[in-house]
Design a protein around this ligand. Sequence first.
Ligand code: PBG
Length: 322
Amino acid sequence: MQRRPRRNRNSPQIRDLVQETRLSVAQLVLPIFLEDGSDVRKKIPSLPGTYRLSVDQALVEIEECIGLGLDKFILFPAVAEALKDQMASYSHAAENYYLEAVRQIKRRFPNVMLISDVAMDPYSSDGHDGIVLDGQVLNDETLPVLAKMAVAQAEAGFDIIAPSDMMDGRVGVIREALDLAGFQSVPIMSYTAKYASAFYGPFRDALDSAPKAGDKKTYQMNPANKRTSLIEGDLDLQEGADFLMVKPAVHYLDIIHLMKESFDLPIAAYHVSGECAMLMAACNNGWLDYQTAMPEVLTSIARAGADVIITYFAKDFAKMSV
Ligand code: PBG
């Protein structure tokens, strides 16, 4: 035999030498679910290991993460039902606790990087990402709401604005609004190829944000489609996005790969709640080994081409890396 691929797997050292993908804590982002109040630390039953936290508890969590070398977070607000309305007006209200939370986090830890999701669903009485009228999710009417929300988030101190709503034209409108408000240097991480996936269930449990009627198929992408991600990517690029995101991640590795090959912007992947919950369930049953299966999954996402990975496992991976 002339060719023996096993020679390059002889020892830990040689395997290390030829390793192609090196996952680093530097590329991970941890989602944090917030709730108004203090001393709140509520388990999310469908997502073991993840909690709904009040700001004081979030500060404790962030401090722990910083100690592990993890300093990038994406925040999501749980909003009381009474504060929700058709126009998601609480999303940019002066008394919004989520915006206040960011100010507090930034005051305490000026160097952490905070991403904010832009979409109406946590604030909408309809549980949709846009304005609902007669059962339709309106596109153009939703854009100014998203722009207002984005500017309010940038003003509060978020470092990156991440529109997840899938309305047409949102990146351009948000870019223009941010620039007009003096936030030319705040990047947009667009949820570019966001699919109408069944894997967002635990997230919607965490925020009580599920649609009250219907589904999200008129705005989120059909899981059976691949080339649509190129149309979305082209538009986001033209409209000024700084990152392109694929969501979910593990079941969409082909899309991550395609986006990486097709665009020169950094590619982010959102390893979503249902994907993490699946693995957790198997591990908690003793069917899979968390310590080896979890890093293998994250490595697969990076190998497919993701530069940035948003994952509920970020803290656990950071623990394993110190
Ligand atoms: C809001 C949003 C969702 C997720 C991120 N941003 C839910 C949805 O679109 O229904 C899902 C993230 C996850 O499942 O971890 N639009």
